[in-house]
Design a protein around this ligand. Structure first.
Ligand SMILES: NC(=O)c1ccc[n+]([C@@H]2O[C@H](COP(=O)([O-])OP(=O)(O)OC[C@H]3O[C@@H](n4cnc5c(N)ncnc54)[C@H](OP(=O)(O)O)[C@@H]3O)[C@@H](O)[C@H]2O)c1
Length: 289
């Protein structure tokens, strides 16, 4: 694999993908806006003519990692058409273009395709049932990619991301800790906090060596948002803030979240020979940067 297109290049995950490009690979980053950070090419990926132009002018690509998405989960409830354009139409166009040149494609997806009523980690074949517009558009994007590029699409569902760039939960907690002595954080949503530093190399491996199909990729172990807040403060040496557990119903949001969305990552573990780092270890590595 020599030349790979990475979409969402200025985003939290895309930026880390560009910082972890395997030796011998040249990555071309695209995003909505050109020149933002690391994106070399900027436009709406739902625009078929522009996607074709991208492949013609900046290709040939022998791989594509699609990390661009509408990720504003609550706003998607009132802007469903915009979310669908980014998460379904753009994904379909990219898959079509990748299929036309026979390039393997990794589409990054989410635990929000599940309804969270499960009692054990979700397997890649478990029934989906998204609760939100964001989840429904991401699931429709998965289907569109697999239909447009059946021989080449690899869907990688992940969750609870944080990393060196962008807005995320550990950063928000550390920001709030600057002027608060108490924080209320929900303890009845369970998932696996996942660092982009751990996820990005795994996505490159799925692109290079993974068979087409669905993968789950998250840091090892499980936690609530409360656990993640406590660990973030503890590992950062912040001691003056008391974290108080509360329920999701105390903090109503426009979009419903899955209550339990731990992912069974055994397919990825089999491919790479090891799971992603335990979430607390990954958090410590990130906070030490
Ligand atoms: N963050 C999480 O906790 C999480 C959890 C599970 C899965 N995921 C998935 O992981 C992937 C990366 O997420 P992230 O948190 O890194 O997202 P992010 O920081 O919001 O980055 C997404 C990027 O995609 C760009 N984009 C949006 N619509 C586009 C379009 N139509 N054409 C071209 N570019 C477009 C955005 O540009 P603008 O900034 O200009 O809008 C942004 O730079 C996404 O597929 C997301 O669904 C994320």
């Amino acid at each position: 694999m020599r030349r790979v297109l990475v979409t969402g290049a200025s985003g939290m995950l895309g930026s880390e993908l560009l910082l972890s490009v395997p030796r011998g690979v040249t990555a071309i980053g695209s995003d909505l806006r050109e020149g933002t950070g690391v994106a070399a090419v900027g436009f709406d990926l739902a625009d078929r003519a522009r996607v074709d132009e991208l492949f013609r002018l900046h290709g040939p690509f022998d791989g594509v990692i699609h990390a661009a998405a509408w990720t504003a989960v609550d706003l998607a409830e009132e802007r469903a058409a915009d979310a669908a354009r980014a998460n379904v139409d753009a994904t379909r166009e990219l898959a079509r273009a990748a299929a036309a040149v026979g390039a393997p494609l990794v589409v990054v997806s989410t635990d929000f395709v599940f309804d969270g009523s499960g009692q054990r980690p979700y397997h890649v074949d478990d029934a989906t049932n998204p609760l939100s517009v964001y989840g429904r558009t991401k699931l429709a994007g998965e289907v569109a990619a697999r239909e447009a590029h059946p021989a080449g699409a690899r869907i990688v569902r992940t969750q609870w991301l944080y990393g060196p760039r962008g807005k995320h939960f550990p950063g928000t907690i550390l920001g709030l800790a600057k002027d608060r002595s108490e924080l209320k954080v929900v303890h009845d949503q369970i998932g696996s906090p996942t660092s982009t530093l751990e996820l990005a190399p795994a996505l490159w491996d799925v692109l290079a060596r993974g068979e087409p199909g669905i993968y789950h990729a998250a840091c090892d172990g499980q936690a609530s948002w409360f656990d993640l807040a406590v660990a973030t403060l503890e590992l950062s040496g912040v001691r003056h803030v008391k974290v108080v557990p509360c329920t999701t119903s105390e903090f109503p949001r426009p979009a419903a979240r899955p209550r339990y969305s731990v992912l069974d990552c055994s397919r990825l573990t089999a491919l790479r020979g090891a799971p992603l780092a335990p979430w607390r270890v990954a958090l410590q590595r990130f906070l030490a940067l």
